[in-house]
Write a protein that binds this ligand. Structure first.
Ligand SMILES: [Mn+2]
Length: 323
């Protein structure tokens, strides 16, 4: 990595205007790495701007109190000497921004920093290392090699540890390596507040979400080794919540000792969203047998144009055949 890093360092030193970009629907790793590098480059007196197709999600306010992402930024006017992409696995994850300013992206120095296995090394200088749990962990090692440790203050160290929950599930996922723990320990030495990302992304729960949770538990039904929960349009209305508030519920509920698979059915107007998690049985083929299906890490889901009771029947009949 050393030769490449020297080139990267030269690019930074010789650039005046630097543009940072991360993937659409940014998560804590994408935001933490972008914001940390943003502040480091500012300390080096660079003119830095950051862009994404949407503003920083409110959930990240505890990490940084100013809005640094400018969705409406006119990139041609800013005229960057260097563009750095963080935590994006492909051009398509840069979405409209990339399409709208493709000419600029093509003609500038473009550096990719990422840890996704599927990343095709999509630009001319790529730091893509899938052994890293997170882009933040990788960026930290790069900053140290670049001799930029002096810029890492408490705020930057906290941004660099924001991935603990989202990318390693608090050191539980298998992507946690000795280096992950070493980087976390060094960040804590630099006064990173490692508890606030855990509290904000994992532990805290709003009263409305808790009420939604209770509705889900009330609806529990067991069929063989499958547990089914559902949430109706009314449940969302009565608890003043939306589909977004269900994130986290299924993960918590899928830890029930007795189940092999868990299925959560959400009413979304006159459709239902069916979300599956499993421990040992292969639910991917099962979900793939429905149209409108999708998958991500340990999860798979699909949409059905049916009401709750109908969809439950369809799922159970097919589940019986599959398993
Ligand atoms: Mn990541």
């Amino acid at each position: 990595m050393f030769q490449k890093l020297q080139k990267f360092k030269d690019l930074i030193i010789n650039s005046k205007n630097i543009l940072l970009i991360n993937h659409i629907k940014m998560d804590a790793d994408a935001f933490g790495s972008l914001a940390a590098l943003f502040l480091v480059l500012q300390k080096m007196s660079k003119s830095v701007k950051a862009v994404n197709d949407s503003e920083t999600p409110k959930d990240f306010d505890f990490l940084l109190d100013k809005k640094i992402i400018e969705p409406e930024l006119d990139i041609s006017e800013f005229n960057p000497d260097l563009i750095i992409s963080l935590d994006a696995a492909s051009q398509s994850q840069l979405w409209e921004i990339y399409k709208n300013f493709e000419n600029i992206f093509l003609e500038k120095n473009f550096v990719v920093i990422d840890h996704h296995q599927t990343n095709p090394w999509f630009w001319n200088l790529n730091f893509v290392y899938p052994n890293y749990s997170s882009t933040c962990e990788l960026l930290y090692d790069m900053l140290i090699e670049l001799n930029f440790e002096k810029y890492i203050d408490k705020k930057i160290a906290t941004l660099l540890i924001a991935w603990i929950h989202t990318d390693t599930n608090i050191f539980y996922n298998q992507n946690t390596t000795p280096n992950t723990l070493k980087v976390a320990s060094e960040l804590i030495k630099l006064w990173a507040d490692f508890r606030s990302p855990i509290y904000n992304f994992y532990q805290k729960i709003s009263l409305n979400r808790l009420k939604l949770f209770a509705k889900a538990i009330e609806s529990l039904e067991v069929f063989w080794n499958l547990i089914i929960w559902n949430l109706k349009n009314d449940d969302f209305r009565n608890t003043n919540t939306s589909l977004e508030d269900t994130s986290g519920i299924i993960n918590k509920l899928s830890n029930i000792e007795e189940n092999e698979a868990i299925c959560m059915i959400y009413e979304v107007d006159d459709w239902v969203k069916v979300s599956f998690r499993s421990k040992n049985i292969d639910i991917w083929n099962f979900c793939a047998s429905f149209p409108n299906w999708w998958w991500h890490k340990n999860a798979a889901w699909f949409y059905l144009k049916a009401n709750l009771e109908e969809s439950k029947k369809i799922i159970l009949e097919k589940f019986k055949k599959f398993f």
